[in-house]
Design a protein. Sequence first.
Length: 202
Amino acid sequence: MSKFFEQTWWKKHLPKEGMYETFIGWIGGEESEDIQTCVNFVSEHKIRSMVDLGCGPCLIYNMMKEKNPDTAYYGLDSCDFFQSINEQKGINFSLGIIEETNFRDNQFELAYSRHVLEHLPCFEDALSEMIRISNRYVVHKFFYTPVTGRGKRKFFAEHELYTNVYSLERVEDFLRSHEKVKSFTWGWEDVATKQKALIIEV
């Protein structure tokens, strides 16, 4: 049994009629600004390998293949609903959790996640794992950008779902204390939503 929180909402609800289409609407589809920004980041930094953690249906894959065909792309998600979807696309996909992957130390030049940490009980385990498996960059795009002060921990028991807003100071203190982190910054801000990405150099 895993010591980490099991994500059950997606497994229970995505197979329901019409729910997958609704889910795609929530996360913005293949042409979303987030996806385009990540693909451009990969191009600009000449990233040769990346892992998309909590990848869902790997919406970034088609644009990555078009714009960065030489970048090795891997996806990982804990929800088996996405397995057949991704395998049909020919994606290197693994079932697993972001807090405890089977990837090697420093295996990827970029460890990337989007709208994932907010659905976990805490961010530290997942962010530590992302740092462990990357040898250049770690990027997480928040849909609830961390705030100054205590933050807000939200758990909806009926849905077994977290939607946390983390403390900015807590996130930054964690990064400053991590021996592998060289630097970090906040960027990729969405003008409409004010959502930001945490960009870490390791």
